[in-house]
Design a protein around this ligand. Structure first.
Ligand code: NAD
Length: 373
């Protein structure tokens, strides 16, 4: 019991009574996998959809999970399926492709599908999984705009399944320590947040630079970390945004693909955030939070880690654990036990970020301050 409590605390979770529903916004659990009194002994059985670079990272990290296990795959590439089958001991009956995966509804051995495909495919895939009665985890950005994100939330609610977004930083120990300090008032009144998120993108033919598959450029892919970070670091929701775009290479970064955007957000208390999202600069992974009585700075702040930083009280020294391992164990506790994350990871949380991205694109287009209320 002590071990379980320690795990919950480290991953930013709190236990709740097992008489659920308790997860915000969810009235029912999956019809296929009702909770039982013994749910804490259960392991979440996961199928990954999209066996690309991040799907591979998640699968490897899950090998160290205590409560989540990779048991199935959904892929359009038979050779990858063969490799994954032998590497992870996945049985034939748990392998699907993009045409036949609706049949997962008849598979009692899979609890949840983790969608890790190009952004523009998430909406239809998540809705199909929900209709098959399985819980869904979906990578960020959840969709290519807020309306699509809301449709996904609605479909999951209607199906009575959990819908979580792969916000791995929400379970990262140093991030949670800064959030704890902010909630405890250790920074005083928060005044300012700075988020810098970017990297130099390579191969011009990749889906990330194809608007039909990505839904946008750096903002969808990496700028979202500064948006999401501004929200959990300050603990407030922005009420307005302004934004400016700079494009130095209109061939590589064609119409619909943002290269660099600087943006500012205003929050109800008067906190302001100043952020940069880019596909043209390396070593941009930094958060800075300033309050009347202290500060926190993290660099790297959202990369795969170790996350490093310091506050006015000294270095942040929580040990590094592979983010996706912590995330998947924490998500198992959310889905199987109804544990409550310290920072939400539900579909509504994803929609909040998508609304801000929509507003940033509008601000770039119009040059005006865009209200979010
Ligand atoms: P990737 O290109 O490496 O993998 C994408 C996978 O989707 C491939 O296996 C590809 O075959 C498959 N796919 C299915 N249909 C496709 C189609 N029509 N066109 C192209 N590919 C198709 O990409 P990735 O880096 O794994 O990113 C996948 C998702 O994961 C994205 O939404 C991305 O934002 C997200 N991601 C999240 C993190 C994180 O830290 N949370 C990190 C990287 C990527």
């Amino acid at each position: 019991m002590k071990t379980r409590r320690n795990f919950l605390q480290a991953a930013g979770l709190s236990a709740v009574a097992l008489s659920l529903p308790s997860f915000p916004g969810y009235a029912a659990l999956s019809k296929s996998e009702p909770l039982s009194k013994n749910s804490q002994d259960r392991v979440l059985r996961v199928a990954i959809m999209g066996l690309g670079s991040y799907g591979t990272r998640v699968a490897e990290a899950m090998q160290d999970c205590k409560r989540a296990k990779l048991v199935g795959v959904i892929s359009g590439t038979p050779s990858k399926v063969e490799t994954w089958k032998s590497k992870y001991g996945i049985p034939d009956k748990n392998c699907y492709n993009y045409e036949n995966f609706d049949a997962i509804k008849d598979n009692p051995d899979i609890d949840v599908v983790y969608v890790i495909t190009p952004n523009a495919l998430h909406k239809d895939q998540v809705i199909r999984v929900a209709k098959a009665g399985k819980h869904v985890i979906c990578e960020k950005p959840m969709a290519v705009n807020a309306a699509d994100g809301q449709a996904m939330v609605d479909a999951c609610k209607a199906a009575g399944v959990f819908f979580l977004i792969g916000y791995r930083m929400h379970f990262e120990a140093n991030t949670l320590e800064v959030v704890r300090m902010r909630k405890a008032g250790e920074f005083g009144e928060i005044k300012f947040f700075q988020g810098l998120s970017g990297f130099r993108i390579g191969d011009p033919t990749q889906w990330r630079l194809n608007p039909a598959l990505s839904g946008g450029g750096a903002m969808m892919d990496i700028g979202i970390y500064s948006i999401n970070g501004a929200r959990y670091m300050t603990g407030e929701e922005p009420i307005w945004v302004t934004a400016q775009e700079v494009k130095t290479d209109p061939v590589k970064f064609k119409e619909g693909i943002d290269e660099t955007i600087t943006f500012q957000m205003g929050f109800p208390s008067g906190v302001i955030a100043s952020c940069l999202s880019t596909y043209s600069m390396n070593n941009l992974d930094k958060f800075f939070l300033n309050g009347t009585q202290g500060f926190a700075e993290m660099q790297p702040s959202t990369g795969y880690g170790p996350i490093e930083g310091r506050t006015h009280k000294g270095p942040l020294g929580k040990p590094h654990v592979t983010h996706q391992t912590t995330q998947m164990d924490a998500m198992a506790a959310i889905i199987l036990d109804g544990a409550q994350p310290e920072i939400p990871v539900d579909g509504e949380e994803g929609v909040k970020d998508m609304k801000i991205i929509d507003a940033i694109f509008e601000a770039v287009k119009t040059g005006k301050k865009v209200s979010l209320v």
